[in-house]
Design a protein around this ligand. Structure first.
Ligand code: BG6
Length: 495
């Protein structure tokens, strides 16, 4: 990688994603010695800026958002000259000729051909326009060294996702297309694969014989913020379940791949999606719950309800919470429910996967001795706590036989004392390396849409009458509790 010159062209260079995630990630990769000897980071946008204006702007962004804190003078002086800006009207063919010239000039300076990565950090309606214009300008011809990175949302439904895949497929080969799901870049998410496939002890338990049910819960305290324009046309199911949560489910449920290669891993993940039980209007009613937040108090501050957010439609029926019970119809998972829930303005921000094991077949201790009858649980905490804990029963110290639930814990911070890289660092490095393992393949995206479509359709036709139905700082609507309670469970939350 060091000797491979690389150009990043960031469409949406003046946007939020670049400021918060991409620029800090490239800088951190640079600090840690991962960037090639020759690289350029070209931001593009409609705003007219000079290279220098953009460098000043990026310096501010990195200072504000980088996990490594304020830029360090010496390293920044050597990093900053690699940042450029190209004002661009993505509709205009001339723009793309300018990119071509700029890339050629850099290659001449470096005396070597460059890998070029086009990063589309823009609204999805621009994806086709940019891809087609890149092709027209002859910038996509060399499949060996051109890559395109696409941010979600990847389609709005199954039909639009297929259409986008078709269009991209006419211009790029699949090996050039990197569809980002940033959850896959998270250190703790990658570790689930290490945990499952680099340890023999879990595999005999990892199936319907020992596991009673699985919960995947991604709760957020934040509201919709300034993303209402996007979010109101999306909602929690499209925004989180179709992609991030189903990807987590795939990693938990997948069969062991033959090797840790992109195609093997993605084949096994798509197998899971294909095996997932499809919904009917009746099962949507029984197994899917939606919610929308009302106003409330969070950490001493009053926060508005979703319909009262600035610019909101006061009658919006967009869900800000979704909980769904899924089944994976294969040998490993037959009969094991997977409960997924996500929502905004909830009591706590935490992404946690809970594997609930079955109870002991016969309890030799009297029920009064046990604090809880649920003996074993594996809790994979993705964020903010980064840990894996196995809950077991143990004897409480004392002369009598009393049992307690205790945790056997692997905690990242305690074990490694170093900060984990941000998801975008891992993902941008993988794009440079040409490793697609952590990216979404066309068929994965389509299968996931296919699975959620009946829910979307049902919800569209049955507009909810009772929104808002949960208050800010709660754990979501009562129906979500009922969804698991009717099966005899409750949502697990970290203490
Ligand atoms: C994004 C969603 O993909 O993921 C947001 O569009 C959500 O609505 C975010 O807040 C959550 O990501 P993270 O990394 O903060 O858990």
């Amino acid at each position: 990688l060091k000797s491979q010159p690389t150009v990043f062209v960031i469409f949406g260079g003046t946007g939020d994603l670049n400021a918060r995630k991409l620029a800090p990630a490239l800088y951190n990769l640079y600090l840690e010695g991962w960037m090639p000897d020759h690289f350029a980071f070209i931001g593009t946008g409609r705003t007219k800026l000079t290279d220098n204006d953009f460098r000043v702007r990026v310096t501010g962004d990195v200072n504000k958002f980088s996990r490594s804190g304020q830029v360090k003078d010496e390293q920044w002086q050597s990093f900053a000259p690699n940042i450029y800006y190209q004002p661009a009207d993505v509709q205009d063919a001339e723009t793309y000729k300018e990119f071509g010239k700029k890339i050629k000039a850099l290659e001449k300076e470096w005396k070597a051909p460059a890998n070029v990565i086009y990063y589309l950090a823009v609204a999805p309606n621009f994806f086709p326009i940019i891809a087609e214009n890149l092709a027209k300008a002859g910038l996509t011809e060399d499949a060996g060294c051109t890559r395109i990175v696409i941010e979600k949302p990847f389609g709005h439904d199954l039909a639009s996702a297929k259409e986008l895949n078709l269009l991209l497929g006419r211009i790029f080969q699949e090996k050039q297309i990197y569809r980002i799901d940033h959850y896959l870049g998270k250190e703790t998410v990658q570790n689930i694969m290490a945990f499952r496939f680099a340890n023999a002890i879990m595999e005999p338990l990892w199936n319907r014989n020992s596991i009673e049910h699985v919960q995947i819960s991604v709760t957020e305290q934040l509201g919709v913020g300034d993303r209402l324009g996007y979010y109101d046309g999306s909602g929690a199911l499209r925004d989180m379940i179709q992609n991030h949560l189903l990807q987590l489910l795939c990693i938990v449920a997948m069969e062991p791949p033959v090797s840790f290669s992109a195609e093997e891993v993605r084949n096994r993940k798509v197998d899971v999606l294909r095996a997932m039980r499809r919904f009917t209007p009746d099962t949507v009613r029984e197994q899917a719950v939606r919610g929308q937040y009302a106003s409330g108090w969070m950490e001493g501050q009053q926060v508005p309800g979703y319909r009262e957010e600035p610019g909101a439609n006061p009658h919006s029926n967009t869900e800000t919470f979704a909980a769904v019970k899924f089944f994976v119809d294969n040998w490993r998972w037959q009969g094991v429910p997977f409960y997924l829930r996500t929502g905004k303005r909830l009591h706590r921000s935490a992404s946690v996967i809970t594997i609930q094991f079955k109870d002991v077949p016969h309890l030799i201790f009297s029920p009064e001795t046990a604090e809880t009858m649920r003996q074993n649980r594996l809790v994979i905490s993705i964020q903010p706590e980064m840990s894996i804990r196995l809950q077991v029963q143990a004897k409480r110290p004392g002369v009598d036989m009393m049992l307690n639930t205790v945790d056997m814990v692997f905690d990242y911070k305690g074990t490694y004392q170093s900060e984990a890289p941000e998801a975008y660092e891992t993902l941008l490095l993988d794009v440079m390396l040409g490793d697609q393992t952590l990216f979404m393949r066309a068929d994965q995206v389509e299968e996931a849409w296919d699975l959620v479509m009946p829910i979307l359709t049902s919800w569209q036709t049955r507009t909810s009458q009772n929104f808002p139905n949960y208050s800010a700082d709660s754990w979501g609507p009562e129906d979500a509790e009922a969804l698991v309670a009717k099966d005899g469970f409750h949502w697990f939350t970290l203490p």
